[in-house]
Design a protein around this ligand. Sequence first.
Ligand SMILES: N[C@@H](CCC(=O)N[C@@H](CS)C(=O)NCC(=O)O)C(=O)O
Length: 208
Amino acid sequence: MIELFYADTPNGRKISIMLEEIKFNYKLTEIDLSKGDQFNSDFRKISPLSKIPAITDHKNKVSLFQSGAILIYLAELSGKFYDADNRNLINQWLMAQMGDIGPMLGQHHQFHHYNPGKSKFGEERYFNIAKRLYKDLDEHLLKSDYLAGKKYSIADIATFPWIARHNWHDIGLKNFKNLSRWYEEISKREAVIKGYDASKKGEKIPKI
Ligand SMILES: N[C@@H](CCC(=O)N[C@@H](CS)C(=O)NCC(=O)O)C(=O)O
């Protein structure tokens, strides 16, 4: 049984969606970030940077933090969404999510959504970076069904919950035809709908 240390954020949802996709039994342990649960000493033994998501695989006695590492672990354990003959491409797009797409959209959330008016420089910088990411992803998805080629993979699972914050981004997802096609298709997957609302608060995937 996998225990998922979770909050309703894009990084948390990557793992709840993956667990639903691979149909593993899991227990959700919610970490209330607003109350500072992430700094509890027991949690920090598993996640030394005090961040969700993290997992404990109680059967195999393995604990992991960092969503990319967790996705690779679950993909290898289940044999799903991480084809051996396509790992260079999947790793590349997974790292693009971990190193660029997530952190940059995360900064855009901070300046544009949570703290507008506090820093003109920060707002402009991350708005522009977010727009460029939408454009680049859209161009890529014109040539590719999914991020890493013809098949849905952990790279898509990692990226989807970030694009699901498109209302916060104010960039107009509908104007990006290929990114919208990718988003709508993934939005319809039963496991994605379930994993998006892992904490069962009735949260729906935002429509375009
Ligand atoms: N690179 C990390 C990022 C994780 C992350 O930033 N988690 C945030 C929530 S989305 C968090 O736990 N923040 C709490 C804090 O920093 O105090 C991953 O992909 O797992």
